[in-house]
Write a protein that binds this ligand. Structure first.
Ligand SMILES: [Zn+2]
Length: 187
C-alpha cells in the first residue's frame, strides 16, 4: 500500500448545502439519482435514547457536517445518511435552498463571544433572547414544509464561487453581509 492510501483528508468546512443526488447506497429506496435535495447537517446516530425519542439534536454521538470529525459541504461531493435529506422546495434555486440552513428563524452569532447587553432593555421592551443549536430530523422536515407552504425565500447576500471561499470568510469576519453567503460549486 502506498502512503497515499493512508493519508488523512484535510479538514473540509461547510454545514448547509443543497444539490443533486449522484448516487445512493444499496439499501436506500426513497431517494434516487438526480433528486434535488437539501441537506440537514445534524448527523445523529439514530440509535441512542435521544434519537429514539426524536430528540436528534441531543444525540449522544451527534456530529455536524463540517464540524470536528466530519468533512463538510464545501466540496463537489458529500456523503450523508439518507434520513438527512429533504426534497428541495421547487420555488427555491439551489443557492437559495443552500442558504436556508435548517432554521426558520435564525440569529447566528458565530463570531466572538456576545458582548454585555442591557438587561433592563430586554425586560422593559419585553424582548426574548432565544438560544438555539441544531435541529432534530423532524424539525428540519417541518421547516422545509413551512418554506414550501409559505413560499419563503431566504435572503442571499451574495453567491461566491468555491474557489473564492476566502473572500466569503472575510465578509463573515467583518459582518459585512446581510443574509447568507452562498458558495457555488459548479460541475
Ligand atoms: Zn443518537
Amino acid at each position: 500500500m502506498s502512503n497515499r492510501g493512508q493519508m488523512k483528508c484535510r479538514f473540509v468546512y461547510g454545514s448547509d448545502g443543497a444539490g443533486v443526488i449522484e448516487a445512493v447506497g444499496e439499501h436506500v429506496q426513497e431517494w434516487h439519482k438526480d433528486d434535488e435535495v437539501i441537506i440537514n447537517a445534524q448527523i445523529s446516530c439514530g440509535q441512542c435514547q435521544y434519537c429514539l425519542t426524536g430528540d436528534h439534536a441531543l444525540c449522544e454521538k451527534g456530529q455536524i457536517l463540517g464540524g470536528k470529525s466530519l468533512p463538510g459541504t464545501l466540496a463537489e461531493f458529500v456523503k450523508v445518511p439518507a434520513r438527512n435529506l429533504t426534497r428541495k422546495p421547487q420555488h427555491l434555486t439551489f443557492h437559495e435552498a443552500a442558504a436556508k440552513g435548517g432554521r426558520v428563524i435564525q440569529f447566528a452569532y458565530t463570531g466572538q463571544s456576545i458582548p454585555a447587553f442591557d438587561v433592563d432593555m430586554l425586560m422593559f421592551k419585553q424582548l426574548s433572547l432565544i438560544g438555539t443549536g441544531m435541529n432534530s430530523d423532524s424539525e428540519f422536515v417541518d421547516a422545509i414544509r413551512f418554506f414550501n407552504e409559505h413560499k419563503i425565500v431566504p435572503i442571499v447576500s451574495e453567491i461566491i464561487p468555491l474557489e473564492q471561499v476566502q473572500q466569503g470568510f472575510e465578509r463573515m469576519k467583518n459582518s459585512s453581509q446581510f443574509g447568507k453567503i452562498v458558495l457555488s460549486i459548479e460541475e
